[in-house]
Design a protein around this ligand. Structure first.
Ligand code: OGA
Ligand code: ZN
Ligand code: ZN
Length: 380
């Protein structure tokens, strides 16, 4: 059966092409929707709970081999479908536009992060504490920078104990780990972590030994009089892309080969094997796990050991290139926030005899960060 109807609005007609219902828009665009997909996404109150907006419809009640559609038409900016069992559905033009899954539509919805090198120091994504804390616009600007650059700096944060928690709680719950809800980065006696010494920390991601490493890290500078101890940040996604263009096979190996990570002290033994790099379904970089101190002795097929070391060294060389490293000397009141699954962080060695250096940190999951950003966008 093939039907078409015209309306004055953007979506002018619909026709059937095999399994697809093809909608034509006035601008010449066509979007195909499978009949089964449309039935599964019926928006009526029997199929979609009107309050929770969760699906009530049971896909398994359909025979996917039968012709599902009895009648189709467009009218007043909506698509109306009468199904062969008599059920009726209505889809608004806007809803169809927002959920179209043709290649162009899917590409148009993608978010592409701004990759950076050390040059980013000339236009740092930074914002004042008052703005972030006092209104939703400020919080949203901060979240936009954080999502786009993978880091943002909050300036003039009061140097109060646990102020970092107040800021992080503007977004959501904290993500607690074996290092506690909050952690103090100071040089301590009997450290269980190199971060709690005065040694240099090469660029790394925190807690790659977890099934899901913490997403967003907050590091609040409370005191800093020591010599040395400058912070470093590297865009792990930019570094991975540089590797891909220099040596695609090394890049592919780091996307495919899981290597073991482990943290252990007297109370904990947390282990996870994971790939160094991870891509999403668009081949966009989604994650980097990189921490030489927490990489366990390689427990991988023997013929992968030397290829892995080669690829890992090539990536490390890129990560250590000065032109890829943003150097920042944090001042009391600076709160550095970054996506721990993208930006690698580190610090230069410092001399604890020249004065104190105290950072206080915590984590929030990236799901919470992204959710907050979507909700604020919708609201503002
Ligand atoms: C950490 C860390 C950086 C710093 O605590 O994980 O990397 O600047 N600290 O001390
Ligand atoms: Zn329905
Ligand atoms: Zn760290």
């Amino acid at each position: 059966m093939s039907e078409s109807a015209t309306i004055s609005d953007g979506m002018i007609s619909v026709e059937r092409e095999g399994d697809l219902c093809v909608l034509n828009w006035t601008d010449g665009r066509k979007e195909g929707f499978h009949s089964l997909w449309l039935r599964d996404n019926c928006q009526c109150a029997d199929c979609l709970h009107p309050q929770t907006r969760e699906r009530l419809f049971d896909l398994m009640t359909l025979d996917p081999n039968s012709d599902l559609i009895d009648h189709l038409e467009t009218q007043n900016g909506s698509l109306f479908v009468t199904w062969s069992d008599g059920h009726q559905s209505q889809f608004s033009e806007r809803w169809l536009h927002e959920h179209a899954y043709g290649e162009d539509a899917r590409q148009a919805r993608r978010e592409k992060p701004t990759l950076w090198t050390s040059e980013v120091k000339n236009s740092l994504p930074e914002i004042n504490y008052e703005k972030v804390m006092s209104g939703d616009e400020g919080l949203l600007s901060f979240l936009d920078m954080l999502c786009d650059y993978g880091f943002a700096l909050i300036r003039q944060t009061p140097t109060r104990d646990l102020e970092v928690t107040r800021v992080a709680s503007r977004i959501s719950f904290l993500r607690e780990t074996n290092f506690g809800r909050e952690f103090d980065v100071i040089s301590k006696p009997n450290p269980n972590n190199v971060a709690y010494t005065a040694l240099e920390l090469q660029s790394h991601s925190d807690l790659p030994n977890w099934e899901v490493p913490p997403g967003t890290q907050f590091l609040h500078c409370l005191e800093f009089d020591a010599e040395g101890g400058e912070s470093t940040l590297v865009d792990g996604f930019a570094a991975a892309r540089q590797l891909q263009s220099m040596s695609p096979e090394d890049f592919d190996l780091l996307c495919q080969l899981r290597i073991p990570f482990r943290f252990h002290d007297s109370d904990w033994d947390i282990r996870r094997s994971a790939t160094t790099l991870a891509l999403d379904s668009f081949e966009e970089l989604e994650e980097i796990r990189f921490h030489s101190a927490l990489t366990a002795p390689l427990d991988i097929p023997s013929d992968q050991v030397l290829p892995f070391y080669r690829a890992y060294r090539a990536l490390t060389e890129i990560i250590r290139k000065p032109e890829n490293i943003l150097k920042l000397k944090l001042r009391p009141g600076d709160l550095l926030v970054f996506n721990n699954r993208r930006a690698l962080h580190g610090r230069a060695a410092f001399d604890p005899n020249t004065g104190p250096r105290h950072l206080q940190g915590c984590y929030v999951d990236n799901d919470d960060v992204m959710s907050k950003r979507r909700v604020l966008r919708r609201r503002l």
